[in-house]
Design a protein around this ligand. Structure first.
Ligand SMILES: [Zn+2]
Length: 62
């Protein structure tokens, strides 16, 4: 499932499977669907990712 995360006032969309973040919900949903169905990443989709900031954020919190 795609999660919405907020970092420094900006909303990003995170793939619930691989935890990559996207600036656009459309790409996050494509990634999430692909990851759920194939258990791997689609290079064409993850090329649109802006990073894995949700993970970085969690690390900062700890
Ligand atoms: Zn994914």
């Amino acid at each position: 499932m795609v999660k919405e995360i907020e970092i420094e006032g900006k909303i990003y969309y995170e793939c619930g499977v691989c935890s990559l973040d996207y600036a656009e919900r459309e790409w996050a949903e494509k990634c999430d669907q692909w990851c759920s169905a194939h258990q791997s990443c689609n290079l064409e989709v993850i090329g649109h990712a802006v990073g894995a900031m949700g993970k970085i954020k969690e690390e900062i919190k700890e």
